[in-house]
Design a protein around this ligand. Structure first.
Ligand SMILES: [Zn+2]
Length: 111
């Protein structure tokens, strides 16, 4: 006999299997700041064509820190920070499925 489909379990399994893809995730948020470097001859001196400074804004030992990111790593770091958000979303969905199953199991015991 074929077991009935359980969409929640299929979803949970799919998410669990996807978690490995997030192994390179980074904490915090990705910040892009615009700034002038202060050199009078630089293109940024017009106040419009400013330099981009990329940073990770993150709590380290409970204290907020802004870590500069070298420009050539910025895109990679941005993607790794996004991974954390997708990881958190996957974890929340998995917990939601498990909570639903727990409540159902509890209910069946009482019956
Ligand atoms: Zn400049």
């Amino acid at each position: 006999m074929k077991r009935p489909r359980e969409p929640d379990l299929e979803l949970r399994g799919k998410l669990i299997r996807s978690l490995g893809a997030f192994r390179e995730m980074l904490p915090g948020s990705f910040v892009e700041r615009k700034r002038a470097c202060g050199r009078p001859n630089c293109h940024c001196a017009d106040g419009k064509r400013l330099h981009s400074q990329f940073q990770i804004s993150v709590l380290i030992d409970g204290k907020p820190k802004a870590l500069n990111i070298p420009v050539d790593l910025a895109e990679k770091v941005r993607q790794k920070i996004e991974m954390r958000q997708r990881f958190d979303a996957a974890a929340a969905t998995i917990c939601g499925v498990n909570l639903k199953r727990f409540l159902k199991e509890k209910e069946q015991r009482q019956a």
